[in-house]
Write a protein that binds this ligand. Structure first.
Ligand code: SF4
Length: 253
């Protein structure tokens, strides 16, 4: 596993990290959390509510929720999607990764974070000891916006109840939001991503710890920021270790 992770770290162009109790290797130890700024409890969405739309009540099972998403026609994105992209991963995971919306590859395959951005996300997660299958990955939107444009407020407003239902079912110990769109919508803010990363936020009534980092698609375009993303990942990993009493096991233990 260590060898594989190191290979991913090398691919990311970042220094290797090993836990404090690693038996060999002398890489720098993980730093303690740099800044802990816990935001107040966040509303579910920054998007304005659409008066004519009443979200359905949450459901109690993953299967029922999957069915609801697959059949959803609550916004116009249903007209242009190939299929909905519900999310993927371990439904008992302690880590939830939230991105923006499906792209062309995701729309075609029905799974979030595939293609080059997905491969980089996998590498980022594995670099902190989290194989993709140990986390749950979802998006703010379940359908692809045409041309990969930013989600519209009414689309976010209508789709976020599904993500809230996913969070209620999963009850993650920590959320990692990747990219500006995910961060701004989860935190109900218009603040730029640069001001949101490097801090510990919380989400929802459960005050779930929320850490912000860059979207892997952005990092593919701007590799110079991989270093900052690595700092964010270490911060998230240290936060998880702290809230789980120093647990060193990835994702689902
Ligand atoms: S984006 Fe969300 S709200 Fe809109 S049709 Fe797809 S599942 Fe429904």
């Amino acid at each position: 596993m260590t060898t594989l992770r190191n290979a991913y770290l090398d691919a990311l162009g970042i220094d290797r990290w090993v836990p404090r109790n690693a038996p060999v290797e002398t890489a720098p130890e993980i730093e303690p959390p740099r800044v802990i700024e816990t935001a107040p409890a966040m509303p579910a969405a920054r998007a304005p509510q659409v008066p004519s739309f009443v979200p359905p009540p949450p459901v109690a099972t993953w299967d029922e929720l999957r069915g609801r998403v697959a059949a959803c026609t609550a916004c116009d994105l249903c007209k242009t999607r190939t299929q909905t992209v519900f999310g993927v991963g371990n439904t008992s995971a302690e880590w939830l990764v939230i991105g923006e919306a499906p792209g062309a590859d995701e729309d075609r395959q029905g799974e979030p974070f595939v293609g080059r951005a997905g491969q980089l996300l996998n590498a980022m997660l594995l670099a902190i000891g989290l194989p993709r299958e140990t986390v749950f990955i979802a998006n703010i939107l379940k359908c692809r916006p045409p041309g990969n444009r930013d989600p519209k407020p009414e689309e976010v407003s209508r789709c976020l109840p599904f993500l809230s239902n996913q969070i209620a079912l999963l009850r993650p110990k920590i959320i990692l939001a990747v990219g500006r769109i995910a961060a701004q919508n989860l935190l109900a803010t218009d603040a730029p991503l640069a001001r949101l990363r490097g801090k510990l936020h919380t989400f929802g009534e459960a005050n779930t710890p929320l850490v912000i980092t860059y979207h892997p698609a952005y990092l593919l375009r701007t590799p110079a920021d991989k270093r900052k993303a690595w700092e964010d990942l270490k911060f998230a990993r240290a936060t998880y270790a702290r809230i789980t009493g120093g647990a060193n096991a990835p994702g689902n233990g």
